[in-house]
Design a protein around this ligand. Structure first.
Ligand code: GLU
Length: 456
């Protein structure tokens, strides 16, 4: 059976380097294994989820080239969750609780004061029908908890360790002790189902075979495995990747806004630079630019993901972007050059690509070639002497050395004293692509004007 994976963002914000990495790992896995990649919008939080964010997520994924076979939205499946809740109630695993948040807090404090873990004491399990009816006539609406199966039916003073184990495709043998967890609330008093529950119902209904997600979900996995089993389903395989930290080793969570896919796009970064970084960071592969997702698919292997956190640094991403551009062949950018009105063809691209940090820099270099450039001329006599020595066209890559040899012979100037004023006059700039390749593109007419101090 071919694998089915899902990327399940909540449309409460935009995608950032952390969750785009999760998306990419899922997508690459599906591509490598001939599987299916689904997009699932976890939008049960109606207040914080917006259509604008959902649209932004689709746009960000599309920008990176991560296509999805199908989109599912949790908000469209409320009937299904209600039915699934009935199944759990009938199996005796979902029970009504009536405590208010204050009452729960007091219970937690009391347990802490006694040196016990602040987990829910399952008092609601002991309510009689009459007590429940009384609470409801008092106007209380229940929230619903999933009864974890652990060694003791009611949480004892000293919980007995109950290990839930699985073979994680990234972390190897894993066990979570669920005796240290409260029975999780699956349905709020207002009827909204919560992530732990809806996720499992969906994963069963959509036949998800592999759950690839961040290691912040490891603890959830213990609970979710029990939920799969409570529904009579066998749990899928799990792969929990490590999370990213900043260059300073600190968690990225506080800076994620600035690390959104949208901000990368606004910075003019290439989607494949972002994808290469996101796919290779925290793996045993070197972070090098790949021009196509297919190249990332070729080397993809969940087993290469490191258990230690990956380091993410925007400066590194920018450097990777430059590296990617420096090696892109003309065919890959011909249309974009036209669209940027930098129609110097292959010779222009090859002359300037090594000087680009972002693609939009081609405008600057196109301007240097096609003008108008305001030349910087410090020694007018020297520059105009050089202008007079410009050979007749046609020009090619050998023109520069033939010309500068002639200028050197005529003026006795050499080295930097020779080349630097010529660059300043020809380009108006201190540094840039090799003049050997730039000069034929600038052409004799403009070169002559600039050397004589005129805008050209
Ligand atoms: N909406 C959840 C999140 O973004 C999905 C986690 C999962 O993959 O199960 O954290």
């Amino acid at each position: 059976m071919s694998p089915i994976v899902r990327f399940a963002p909540s449309p409460t914000g935009r995608l950032h380097i952390g969750n785009i990495r999760t998306a990419l790992l899922n997508w690459l896995f599906a591509a490598k294994e001939g599987g299916t990649f689904l997009l699932r919008l976890d939008d049960t939080d109606r207040e914080r989820s917006t259509e604008e964010n959902a649209e932004g997520i689709r746009r960000d994924l599309a920008w990176l080239g991560l296509n999805w076979a199908r989109e599912e939205r949790q908000s469209a499946r409320m009937d299904r969750y209600a039915a699934a809740a009935e199944t759990l109630k009938a199996a005796g695993r979902l029970y009504a609780c009536y405590e208010t948040e204050d009452e729960l807090e007091r219970k937690r404090q009391r347990r802490r004061a006694r040196g016990l873990p602040p987990i829910y004491d399952r008092a609601a399990l002991k309510l009689t029908d009459a007590e429940r009816a009384k609470l409801e006539t008092e106007g209380r609406t229940p929230h619903w908890r999933f009864q974890l199966l652990n060694t003791e039916a009611s949480k004892p003073l000293e919980p007995v360790p109950t290990l839930i184990s699985w073979m994680d495709l990234v972390r190897g043998d894993q066990s979570v002790d669920i005796s240290s967890l409260s029975d999780p609330v699956l349905i709020r008093a207002d009827g909204t189902p919560l992530y732990t529950f809806t996720s499992v119902v969906d994963d069963i209904d959509f036949a998800v075979s592999h759950i690839i997600r961040g290691e912040d979900h490891v603890t959830n996995t213990g609970v979710q495995i029990q939920l799969f089993e409570a529904f009579g389903a066998s749990p899928p395989q799990f792969a929990h990747h490590s999370l990213l930290v900043g260059g300073d080793g600190q968690a990225l969570s506080k800076r994620l806004g600035a690390l959104s896919v949208e901000s990368f796009r606004d910075m003019g970064l290439e989607p494949m630079a972002v994808a290469s970084h996101a796919a290779l960071v925290g793996t045993s592969n070197a972070i090098a630019p790949r021009a196509h997702l297919s190249e990332l698919v070729e080397t993809f292997d969940l087993g290469q993901l490191s258990r230690s956190p990956g380091r993410f640094d925007v400066a590194e991403l920018r450097a990777l972007n430059a590296k990617l551009l420096h090696h892109l062949p003309y065919d890959a950018v011909a249309d974009r050059l036209k669209a940027a009105d930098a129609s110097g063809g292959e010779a222009f691209w090859e002359a300037v690509r090594g000087n680009l940090e972002v693609f939009a820099d081609v405008r600057k270099w196109w301007n240097v070639v096609a003008g108008p450039v305001t030349p910087v001329v410090e020694d007018a006599a020297f520059a105009s002497r050089a202008a007079d020595l410009l050979p007749a066209e046609p020009w090619d890559a050998s023109t520069w050395s033939a010309w500068t040899d002639a200028v050197k012979a005529a003026t006795g100037t050499k080295g930097r004293a020779l080349f630097h004023p010529l660059r300043l006059a020809l380009t108006g700039d201190e540094a840039g692509p090799e003049l050997k390749v730039l000069l034929p593109l600038i052409g004799r007419t403009r070169a002559f004007e600039r050397l004589n101090g005129r805008v050209g």
